[in-house]
Design a protein around this ligand. Structure first.
Ligand SMILES: [Zn+2]
Length: 300
């Protein structure tokens, strides 16, 4: 009898600890999956402690052409909500969510997209809309709506968290614009590896030039390199940059050919680890603005 009772207790404990598809985690909170780390941080600011928010791709991962692992697919089947950026950012996403039963929300819905103007992607929307904190205010509205549907009991908290975070977004936007507004006219050019800064360049009044439009397999053709070299020479651009998730080798060729300075690493498609320079989205924007200003002006 004693043994039997024990096995029932063990079975109950095991059940409590395991997760069935569509059900909440053992800690009781619904699970929200995002496609990349930047989105996870923004979503956590809205979720507070009510939801367990996780990113499918890890810190430093290349997110555009990511190949989901069997573990990712298993995670998706247990999620209660999946958030993706949309605007064709995640080329793997449609296939990925086919197997997941969880609802998904596109956080960029309602953002006015800027079109890519260069190469094979010309005319397609630039997916990096989060590089404008003003756009992220719209992301937050969409996240608040999705969370309130998922967990109506905490809708008021999500609305309040969203509002507080939107105020911080406005602050960081003001810092970005004020900081970059101090650049002299001839230094108002932002040269990067990926064309990920169209929204930031628009907000800050910079001319954008990049080697390739979107991180993909075919990168840095000789034409793309020579066109960038020409741009840097013609504008006497003092510094050029590259992103954390790709190799800076192609940009080093631009540096070698022009004498421009390598201004440093910019973060776009991924946060850093918690002890790195950009553990949150707000720090990512601040870090990039400071790196661009220091690179272009020579001041830090
Ligand atoms: Zn990107």
């Amino acid at each position: 009898m004693k043994t039997r009772l024990l096995s029932v207790v063990v079975a109950v404990l095991l059940l409590a600890g395991c997760t069935l598809p569509g059900q909440a985690r053992s800690d009781g909170r619904p699970v929200v999956l995002t496609t990349f780390t930047v989105l996870a941080d923004i979503a956590r600011n809205v979720a507070g402690d009510h939801l367990a928010v996780e990113s499918i791709t890890k810190v430093g991962a290349e997110i555009h052409g990511y190949e989901p692992t069997p573990g990712d697919i298993a995670k998706a089947s247990k999620a209660d909500l999946i958030l993706d950026n949309g605007l064709n950012l995640e080329s793997w996403f449609t296939k990925f969510v086919e197997s997941a039963k969880a609802p998904h929300a596109v956080v960029s819905d309602g953002v006015q997209p800027l079109d890519i103007t260069q190469d094979a992607y010309a005319g397609k929307p630039n997916p990096h809309a989060w590089m404008s904190p003003l756009n992220v205010r719209t992301y937050v509205d969409n996240i608040v709506t999705a969370f309130s549907k998922l967990d109506p009991a905490h809708a008021a908290d999500y609305a309040a968290n969203g509002k507080a975070y939107q105020a911080k977004l406005q602050d960081v936007q003001n810092e970005l614009v004020t900081g970059l507004a101090g650049l002299p006219k001839n230094e108002r050019a932002l040269v990067t590896c990926e064309g990920a800064f169209s929204y930031l360049a628009r907000d800050a009044g910079l001319t954008e030039k990049y080697i390739w439009p979107v991180n993909a397999e075919q990168q840095a053709t000789p034409q793309q390199i020579s066109s960038t070299i020409e741009f840097v020479r013609a504008g006497k651009v003092p510094a050029v940059f590259c992103e954390s998730t790709v190799s800076d080798k192609p940009m080093q060729r631009v540096v070698d050919a022009t004498g421009a300075k390598y201004g440093g690493v910019l973060y776009v498609d991924s946060l850093s680890e918690a002890d790195g320079p950009v553990p949150t989205y707000l720090e990512l924007i601040r870090h990039d603005a400071a790196t661009i200003i220091a690179g272009l002006t020579g001041r830090s």
